[in-house]
Design a protein around this ligand. Structure first.
Ligand code: UN1
Length: 512
C-alpha cells in the first residue's frame, strides 16, 4: 500500500497505521478521529495511497469544538509568558523532529527535501517569534480629556480560532496562526487540507506532547475533513475568528458565511505575483530569483512568480538566461539528491496545467521551454516559460494557475510594468529588479505596487516570518505571522478608569 520510504517516515513520527491502512487515533478530545469517512493520503510522486485518516463527523466535530471552548476559558487566564512556554516546548519538539517532518512534507505533497525542511524551519521560527511576543502584547495608554481619568487600550484573548489551511504549506501556515493565537490566549481547531492529512497528524502529535507537559490539553485540536467540515466551521458561532488559506472561490464562500453571522475572517487567498526586470537590473540576481520563484515548489506557492515584465533592452538576454536556467532543473523524486522540482499535488493539478498551456497558446503565447506532462507515474510536468503578447490581450495571465507556468511580457518602461502588474484581481506579492534607487522607490511608493508584499532585488516568494504576510484585493486583505499580525487574534478593549471624586462627562456634557 505504501511506498518503501513512507513506512520509515511515518514510524519516525510515531504515526501508527493499522492493518487496513488507517491511521490510529490519539485522544478524541483533541482529534476528531472517529465517525467520518476515511480520507486517502496519496504520494504525488507515485500516485500510491500512503495511508488513510478518519475524517470528522458532526458529532465528533462538536465534541472537539466544545473542548476547545472549555480549554479557552482556562487558557485565557494564564499569564501570556506562561502560554509562551508551551509554544517554546512545541518549537523544541519541531527542532528535534525537523528532518522527519520535512521528509513527510516531501512524501505527502511533493516538495523537494530542502523546501520541506525550509517549511519546518518556518514553523520553528514562528514559535521563537511567538515566545518573544508573549511578553510584548502591548496596548497603549491615551491622554484622557477628563481630569483624574486614565484611558487605555488593552488586548484580550478572543476565543477558539478555526484554522483552515491549504495543501501547499501543510504545516507552516497552520503554525503562523496557531503559535501566535496560543500566546494571545486563544485555542485553535485545525482543519488541514484533505490532501495533506498525515502532515497534520504528525504535527498534532507533537502539539499534544508539548501541551500535555504544560497541562494544556485541548488548546490545539485537529479535525480532518473536506469542504463540508469547512462549512461547519464558517457557520459556527463558537469561532469568533476563522482563518482561511486557499483559493479565491473557496475563500469567498467562507468569508460570506462567516460574515453572515458577523464573525471575523482572516483570509490568505490566491496570488498572481509579478517580477519587473528593468534594463539596468543585475541579470544574475533576476534569473535566480525568478527561477526559484516560478519553478520552486513546482509553482504551487501563493507567492509563486507567475508573470515577468521585462524592459525591452534586457528582454533577449533574460529570455535566453531563463531558458538556460530552466534546462538545468532536475525533475523527479522530491527526496532524491539534486532534484529541484517534484510533482504537482494531484492529477487534477496536471489537468489545470495542461489546460492553461493550451489556452496560453490559443491566446498568442509562445512556449519557450516546458509545456509537457511527463510520461511516468506521478503528477510530473515540466516547468514552463511562455512568451506572452501584450498583457491586456492575454487573459490567461490574469488568473492564478497553481502550476509552474511563467508568462514573460516585454514592456517599454516601469510605468507600463506597474500598470500591468496591478491590473489583476489578486494583490499578494511583487518584485522589481533594478539598480536605480529612483525606480525602486517609485515601485514602493503609493503609485507603485498594490500588493501586500513588495521586494527590491529579491523574488516574490520565500517571505520571512518576521513581517506580516498577506495581500490586498482578492487575496483577501488578511495578515498573518509576524509584525503586529497578532492583533487579529485578540479583541481590543478601550478602558477608562476614573480615580477622582467627580464624574466629569466627555465632550463637556452636563447632566443631572
Ligand atoms: C503560501 O504559499 O501559502 O513567502 C505561503 C513564501 C512562504 C509562504 C508561502 N514563506 O513563499
Amino acid at each position: 500500500m505504501s511506498t518503501p520510504h513512507a513506512d520509515e517516515i511515518l514510524q519516525s513520527l510515531d504515526i501508527a497505521v493499522d492493518s487496513s491502512g488507517v491511521v490510529s487515533g490519539v485522544g478524541v478530545e483533541t482529534w476528531s478521529s472517529s465517525g467520518g469517512e476515511p480520507i486517502e493520503s496519496r504520494d504525488p510522486t507515485t500516485g500510491a495511497v500512503i495511508a488513510r485518516v478518519r475524517g470528522a463527523d458532526r458529532a465528533s466535530y462538536d465534541r472537539v469544538v466544545d473542548a476547545a471552548r472549555v480549554r479557552f476559558e482556562e487558557w485565557r487566564m494564564r499569564p501570556a509568558p506562561a502560554r509562551g512556554e508551551a509554544v517554546r516546548r512545541l518549537g523544541e519538539l519541531l527542532r528535534a523532529h525537523k528532518r522527519a517532518l520535512g521528509a513527510l512534507i516531501s512524501l505527502e505533497v511533493g516538495k523537494i527535501r530542502s523546501e520541506g525542511l525550509g517549511e519546518v524551519q518556518e514553523m520553528i521560527d514562528i514559535c521563537d517569534f511567538a515566545v518573544g511576543l508573549s511578553r510584548q502584547l502591548y496596548g497603549r495608554t491615551i491622554a484622557s480629556e477628563r481630569a483624574r481619568h486614565r484611558l487605555m487600550e488593552q488586548w484580550l484573548p478572543l476565543g477558539p480560532v478555526a484554522v483552515i489551511s491549504a495543501f501547499n504549506f501543510p504545516m507552516a501556515v497552520w503554525s503562523w496562526n496557531a503559535a501566535v493565537a496560543l500566546v494571545c490566549g486563544d485555542t485553535c481547531v485545525w482543519k488541514p487540507s484533505p490532501l495533506a492529512p498525515l502532515c497534520s497528524v504528525a504535527v498534532h502529535n507533537l502539539c499534544q506532547q508539548a501541551l500535555a507537559e504544560h497541562d494544556a490539553g485541548g488548546a490545539l485540536s485537529l479535525c480532518v475533513g473536506g469542504a463540508e467540515l469547512g462549512g461547519w466551521m464558517a457557520d459556527d458561532d463558537r469561532f469568533p475568528l476563522v482563518s482561511f488559506t486557499g483559493s479565491i472561490p473557496a475563500g469567498r464562500e467562507v468569508a460570506t458565511r462567516v460574515a453572515r453571522r458577523l464573525g471575523r475572517s482572516l483570509l490568505e487567498l490566491g496570488g498572481n505575483n509579478a517580477a519587473i526586470v528593468l534594463d539596468d537590473a543585475r541579470l544574475d540576481l533576476a534569473v535566480r530569483a525568478i527561477t526559484f520563484g516560478a519553478a520552486g515548489t513546482a509553482g504551487q506557492r501563493c507567492t509563486t512568480t507567475r508573470r515577468v515584465f521585462v524592459q525591452r533592452g534586457l528582454a533577449p538576454r533574460l529570455r535566453e538566461a531563463l531558458v538556460r536556467a530552466y534546462g538545468s532543473i532536475e525533475i523527479g523524486d522530491p527526496l532524491a539528491d539534486g532534484v529541484l522540482m517534484g510533482p504537482l499535488v494531484t492529477p487534477a493539478a496536471v489537468d489545470a496545467y495542461r489546460a492553461a498551456v493550451a489556452t496560453a497558446r490559443e491566446q498568442g503565447g509562445e512556449v519557450l521551454t516546458g509545456g509537457e506532462v511527463l510520461d511516468r507515474p506521478g503528477n510530473f510536468v515540466t516547468p514552463t516559460v511562455i512568451a506572452a503578447p501584450a498583457h491586456d490581450r492575454f487573459p490567461i495571465a490574469w488568473e492564478e494557475t497553481f502550476a509552474p507556468i511563467l508568462y514573460l511580457f516585454e514592456v517599454d518602461d516601469l510605468e507600463q510594468a506597474i500598470g500591468w502588474q496591478n491590473a489583476v484581481p489578486q494583490g499578494l506579492s511583487s518584485a522589481v529588479f533594478t539598480e536605480s534607487m529612483r525606480a525602486a522607490e517609485q515601485f514602493l511608493a503609493a503609485c507603485g505596487s498594490d500588493c501586500g508584499i513588495a521586494n527590491v532585488n529579491a523574488g516574490t516568494s520565500g517571505a520571512e516570518i518576521g513581517g506580516a504576510f498577506g495581500g490586498e484585493k482578492q487575496t483577501g486583505g488578511g495578515r498573518e505571522s509576524g509584525s503586529d499580525a497578532w492583533r487579529a487574534y485578540m479583541r481590543r478593549q478601550t478602558a477608562t478608569v476614573n480615580w477622582g471624586d467627580e464624574l466629569p462627562l466627555a465632550q463637556g456634557v452636563r447632566f443631572l
